[in-house]
Write a protein that binds this ligand. Structure first.
Ligand SMILES: [Zn+2]
Length: 119
């Protein structure tokens, strides 16, 4: 498999000019395309001096995406996005989580009340 003249896949990022024409911007940027196992293609913009990471969370489905369109990373067994509450629930029992919520709400209320009193 010599494959010499093959076009480089994923090199056509949009139609915008790269480099020369866009000089004079405050921060030069690079666009990097990531591919997830759902065939999503996400173009992420980084500062030119930043090293683009090898993987990125797909903004469309939350799965890990890689630079290699032929080999997107496999979907992990865990669900892509977790809410903050899910984390709380995971670490504590549900009643405890409810207590924490109650406490937070109570704090918010008292704070708001205090504010009203001042006025
Ligand atoms: Zn995706």
């Amino acid at each position: 498999m010599a494959g010499g003249g093959n076009a480089i896949r994923g090199s056509r990022v949009g139609a915008g000019p790269m480099g020369e024409a866009e000089r004079g911007e405050a921060a030069p940027r690079q666009t990097v395309t990531y591919f997830c196992s759902h065939d999503h293609r996400s173009v992420v913009t980084f500062a030119i001096e930043a090293a683009a990471p090898d993987s990125w969370d797909c903004p469309k489905c939350g799965l890990p995406a890689s630079l290699d369109s032929e080999n997107p990373p496999p979907a992990p067994k865990i669900e892509p996005y977790k809410t903050h509450l899910a984390y709380v629930k995971e670490r504590r029992s549900e009643t405890e989580a409810a207590d924490i919520l109650d406490e937070a709400v109570a704090q918010l209320r008292s704070r708001r009340k205090a504010g009203e009193i001042i006025f």
